[in-house]
Design a protein around this ligand. Structure first.
Ligand SMILES: Cc1cc2nc3c(=O)[nH]c(=O)nc-3n(C[C@H](O)[C@H](O)[C@H](O)COP(=O)(O)OP(=O)(O)OC[C@H]3O[C@@H](n4cnc5c(N)ncnc54)[C@H](O)[C@@H]3O)c2cc1C
Length: 429
């Protein structure tokens, strides 16, 4: 039988390990495409694709300008090659960036890794136009330096401008145009195949009122290569964020009001712990005091030792069908997240609510990327990450929320207990 004492020892390590470790460098993710004499392999950021098969591609090209991108598409068209674009991150979770018949030698990848030099800010018209390969963090920092803010952004900054709009990446907001970045796109350039007389590929400039824009922006890389993206901006602002870790009673009624009341509201639900975490998140004027940031816990570098210990604990508990142990583990996770406010920081650490900071530092994070390589810590997407991340992941529609009431103490529902205690280690949000 699995020993609870051993488990508690592991909890201690899991909780305090990251705090007590003095090493501050992380193992960064390797480039997503690795090539040798026999061709290239596109890797998933989680280590394996959902079909567990490699994505093999005969060749890849790294254009640095829009014209080189056009020539790459022309080459593919002329030679009848299937082509997909991949960013420097390749952080899409499904196998979207893999050309269809990669195994058969008639495909190629176009990488935007080196196509990332231009970020043009139009202060008067509150807009920014960036090369599709520009990283979200670089874009946000440049925009904020100009005294403006990008309103929507996903929680994870390890994405390119082209990749994030192609998949409809989003943060959280029901206000205005909403929290999806593509709804703030006001123009883009798309490179598509063309006739021989046009040089086999051409650049289409799609403006804000063009009906093609809706199709072109969230196109999963299927309609052509997006080369430039123009986004609307707003004057710079700050945000004030507090978390309320509370009972999840009536969550199905409360979340609507919560979303209406707070511009960037979100709710994280830990069903087995009866806990809902309401994020009170709204704009405050630029002169409000505070220089905090949201450095989301899950996107900070993790100790390999802690990650492995956590994974081993979960596996042992699962194989022993130890529901109490899983519930205890879930309690520990929630407790730790509450203690560190999920990664909100007033300064170097979290000292209390509310945390106020510039918009550019309060939505999207990924502090892993700012560390140098070290063998003790790892980032999302680094080689050793996959054993840690292969946990249960579920998406539950808002409309179905009230159909669940899984509780650790509801002993008459052992299956639900196991499933939802496991979920608590990952969360529902
Ligand atoms: C840890 C993590 C956290 C995440 N958090 C969030 C989140 O909070 N919110 C959210 O909505 N999503 C989130 N995602 C998903 C992420 O936003 C998307 O997977 C995003 O598409 C990744 O961008 P990328 O630049 O890595 O694109 P890639 O993975 O390189 O490409 C994604 C798709 O876009 C296409 N594409 C890329 N660039 C171009 C281009 N220039 N022209 C045409 N097609 C192109 C590719 O062919 C592919 O089909 C997260 C992913 C991870 C791994």
């Amino acid at each position: 039988m699995f020993s609870l004492r051993w488990l508690l020892g592991a909890f201690h390590l899991i909780i305090w390990g990251p705090v007590t470790l003095t090493v501050t460098h992380a193992m960064l993710p390797p480039p997503p495409v690795q090539c040798n004499d026999s061709g290239c392999t596109l890797y998933n950021s989680y280590g394996v694709w959902n079909d567990r098969k490699d994505c093999r591609v005969p060749s890849i090209t790294y254009p640095t300008t829009e014209e080189e991108l056009r020539l790459a598409v022309a080459h593919a068209n002329q030679n009848n090659l299937k082509v997909k674009v991949v960013s420097r991150f390749s952080h899409t979770i499904p196998k979207l960036a893999c050309p269809d018949d990669a195994q058969h030698g008639s495909s190629m990848l176009i990488s935007t890794l080196k196509y990332n030099s231009s970020i043009e800010i139009d202060i008067a018209n509150l807009a920014v136009t960036a090369d599709a390969g520009v990283g979200l963090r670089e874009l946000i920092d440049e925009v904020e330096r100009s005294g403006l803010s990008l309103v929507p952004a996903p929680y994870w900054e390890g994405v390119s401008v082209g990749g994030l709009i192609s998949t409809g990446a989003h943060g959280s907001s029901w206000w205005g145009k909403g929290g999806a970045v593509h709804d703030h796109v006001i123009g883009l350039n798309l490179i598509v195949p063309a006739r021989k007389s046009e040089g086999y590929a051409k650049i289409i400039r799609i403006g804000g009122r063009d009906p093609l824009l809706n199709a072109a922006k969230v196109s999963l890389g299927m309609l052509g290569v997006i080369s430039k993206v123009k986004l609307s901006l707003e004057p710079a602002f700050k945000r004030s964020i507090s978390y309320d870790f509370t009972d999840d009673a009536h969550i199905e009624d409360i979340f609507m009001d919560h979303g209406k009341k707070y511009e960037f509201a979100d709710v994280t639900w830990y069903p087995s712990r009866h806990t809902a975490v309401y994020r009170y998140d709204y704009r405050v004027p630029l002169n409000t005091s505070g220089n905090g940031e949201y450095d989301f816990l899950g996107f900070q570098p993790n100790s390999i030792l802690v990650s492995k210990t956590t994974r081993s604990s979960e596996k042992l508990l699962e194989s022993a069908r130890n529901v109490n142990g899983k519930c205890a583990l879930a309690t520990t996770f929630v407790g730790f997240k509450k203690l560190v406010a999920n990664g909100l920081k007033n300064g170097p650490i979290f000292t209390g609510y509310p945390v106020v900071g510039h918009q550019g530092r309060m939505q999207t994070s990924g502090s892993c990327f700012i560390f140098n390589e070290d063998r003790h810590l790892l980032c999302l997407g680094s080689k050793n990450q996959w054993p840690v991340l292969l946990r249960d992941n579920s998406n539950i529609s808002c409309l179905k929320i009230w159909r669940f009431s899984p509780r650790c103490e509801e002993t008459e529902r052992p299956l639900n207990q196991r499933i939802f205690a496991g979920l608590t280690s990952t969360t529902v949000s």
